[in-house]
Design a protein around this ligand. Sequence first.
Ligand SMILES: C[S@@+](CC[C@H](N)C(=O)[O-])C[C@H]1O[C@@H](n2cnc3c(N)ncnc32)[C@H](O)[C@@H]1O
Length: 341
Amino acid sequence: MESKAVDQQPLSKNAQKKLLKQQRYESKKAEKKALLKQEKKREGERKRKEWEEKLAAAATEQEKQQLIESRKCLRKERMEQRSHDKEKKMTRLTNAKQNGQNVVIDLEFDNLMNSSELHSLVQQIMYCYAVNGRCTSPAHLWLTGCQGEMQDQLQRLPGFDKWIIEKENRPYIEAFQDQKERLVYLTADAETTLDVLDPKHIYIIGGLVDRNRWKGLTMKKAEDQGIQTAKLPIGMYLKMSSSQVLTVNQVVEILLKYLETRDWKTSFFEVIPQRKRCEDDNDIEWKEETEAKDDHEFKIHDIEREEEVEGKDDHKMKIHDIEQEETEEKDDHEFKRQCMS
Ligand SMILES: C[S@@+](CC[C@H](N)C(=O)[O-])C[C@H]1O[C@@H](n2cnc3c(N)ncnc32)[C@H](O)[C@@H]1O
């Protein structure tokens, strides 16, 4: 097959409009996040006040001690539950190394991204790892070609060293040199459409955040290397409002959802954000069914919130014993720690 040329293309009027729309969306998202942070802070203060009042209302010293003891017990139970959940997650991820579907994130593109795009990719990888850990049947995730700035940024993530993920400095083509026929590069530019996920295949996702600046790049790479390519069967199930090029974490999440449900339609509708989809009658029907789950951004936010709340609760209980003092930075740190563990 003839290789396609890959150029960095100037932005068309349409692309500029889209970029503006994206920027507006990002700023709204940041506003929402700030509001949420304030709300959480207020909620924390309210709960703390409630606890202090409860303590102050205790009629006797003995009653007060009982309240403190029962709170300590609750905390202990929660910690035990968390460590039990963590153990189960470790077991699932360790098993996935033996039996899980191989999914590779190709990290050989760090020279094509600016620092904010690199940062965004690192965040996406972090989400991929977190979502994989929650799956009942996780994939066997690989990070290949992990070098230079990319490696530095990943290494800076707290807990990255303990991640149960395959970290491979070599490019996938070297790491899997004896299994080249099993490699399938997933790319929106492929002619072949993915039908099912074959456990014998090793699916590769381009670790790239490029706002489609580097059109056709992964397709060309796969063609040059003589490996198979495939696109997700998005068009068979829904209409997109723009291109069918998804982000790395969306593709990983779709694959994970598919491994769980063996149903592409469910996987697409649960992962692809509403704003990226066109609504036709069929979609609307689906929208009603899945409305609460629809927005992927919302889901990511949910994960973030879940981690934050969990971390915060735990954190709050601990520091309550020390000084009943709480700072936003500590919360952030706790969230990161939880996310990485
Ligand atoms: C943000 S895209 C990068 C787009 C880039 N211009 C390229 O040439 O692939 C990140 C990666 O997600 C995967 N991907 C995105 N949309 C896809 C689709 N519709 N089908 C298959 N893979 C897709 C591809 O592996 C792609 O490299």
